[in-house]
Design a protein around this ligand. Structure first.
Ligand code: PLP
Length: 371
């Protein structure tokens, strides 16, 4: 895979009309039942924010508020819990149940904490690799789940490599939320786990009399959550297609750059308060779905996401920098030079319904806490 440095990167916006016509296979239905069986499970709120709809010039805006999911301040436990469940069940089915198991992961914060929590609840060990730029409080929260934490002086991509090496030890299982050739099944289960979030949105929109959304904006790191969102909306086409917008930090826009080039590329990442999105390489299994199923992609600055987090806080929604990125991205798309063309590319009109995925609360990432 080629690597692009920030100074040579083109375009902060990419759009391709008519991706909504493309379809794919749905996530398995048993995921929702598995989550519902967990003691801490409850659907997270889908909060309507009419003042944001006025600001954005659309009909209705809803925010999926993942500030408290399965006892943690981000959505990630949906993927980790299902993947750990599947991986341990498979190990038991192969008669490998003897001896201690260590669940290994690399993380920008939230995924590692979710893996560590699953391990603790199941009486297993966890070893989590944390790259530079993750706030000490976020690393301490992982250690507080009884996980061994190894901080490395490199990027997220390097932390993933270190975790993969560590997982070659006997009894170790890599629970990573990104895929590469030869390591695809477990990241695939993580993506399946995220399907519960989309299923809840369908029910909540229906209860609010809103039907299917016209636009869903997704914060993107390696693109696994976006893969789940594409899978959901492209597997069940009903009526006009929902437009799907990915939002990344300017300093870690690997999916946007890959879409612009038409092939997956790694980018050299820099610093961003959007720690969970600070990833340089798209997940190998996400890429084909993102390429074929996303309608548009945009990159935003830390200041944009900080402002969005502050505005959401003022409206009663706790949102960390990654969680607020979708609002920042939709705002950036619908304002400034070229806003009319971008609005048209997203198919938005004054009656449209927009869903923003606020994937973490402000407690998940102290870096960017408003105020
Ligand atoms: C809060 C938050 N939002 C969004 C994402 C992006 O998810 P993905 O890496 O699957 O694109 C992450 C990833 O860690 C995250 O922590």
């Amino acid at each position: 895979m080629t690597e692009t440095a920030p100074s040579s990167r083109p375009a902060l916006w990419w759009a391709r009309p008519a991706s909504g016509a493309w379809t794919c296979a749905p996530a398995p239905t048993e995921v929702r039942a598995f989550h519902a069986s967990l003691p801490e499970y409850a659907p997270t709120p889908l909060t309507e924010l009419p003042s944001l709809a006025d600001d954005l010039g659309v009909g209705r805006v809803f925010v999926k508020d993942e500030s408290s999911r399965l006892g943690l301040p981000a959505f990630k436990a949906l993927g980790a819990s299902w993947a750990v469940h599947r991986a341990l069940a498979e190990r038991a089915a192969h008669g490998a149940e003897t001896g201690p198991v260590t669940l290994v992961a690399a993380t920008d914060g939230n995924h590692g904490r979710a893996v560590a929590r699953s391990a603790r609840l199941l009486g297993r060990r966890a070893h989590v690799f944390v790259p530079q730029g993750v706030h000490p409080t976020a690393a301490a929260a992982i250690a507080a789940e009884n996980a061994e934490v190894t901080r490395i002086a490199g990027t997220y991509d390097e932390a993933v490599r270190r975790a993969a090496e560590a997982a070659s030890a006997p009894g170790a299982i890599l629970i990573q939320d990104t895929a590469w050739p030869g390591y695809e099944r477990i990241p695939g289960w993580i993506v399946e786990g995220y399907s519960t979030l989309c299923a809840e949105i369908d029910e909540q929109l229906a209860a609010a009399g809103a039907g299917m959304p016209d636009l869903v904006a997704v914060p993107v790191g390696v693109g696994s959550l976006a893969q789940a969102v594409v899978t959901h909306y492209r597997a069940h086409p009903s009526g006009p297609a929902t437009a799907l917008l990915s939002v990344e930090p300017r300093t870690a826009d690997c999916v946007l750059q890959s879409l612009v080039l038409g092939e997956p590329v790694s980018v050299t990442t820099g610093e961003t308060t959007m720690a969970g999105l600070n990833c340089g390489t798209p997940s190998g299994i996400a890429w084909p779905l993102l390429r074929d199923g996303l309608d548009a992609a945009i990159a935003v600055d830390d200041a944009d996401s900080a402002r969005a987090a502050g505005d959401l806080a003022a409206l009663g929604v706790s949102s960390g920098p990654c969680g607020a990125a979708p609002l920042a991205g939709v705002r950036a798309a619908l304002s400034g030079d070229g806003a009319d063309e971008r609005r048209t590319a997203l198919g938005l009109g004054p009656a449209s319904t927009v869903v923003l995925l606020s994937t973490e609360g402000s407690a998940a990432n102290p870096h960017g806490a408003p105020g």
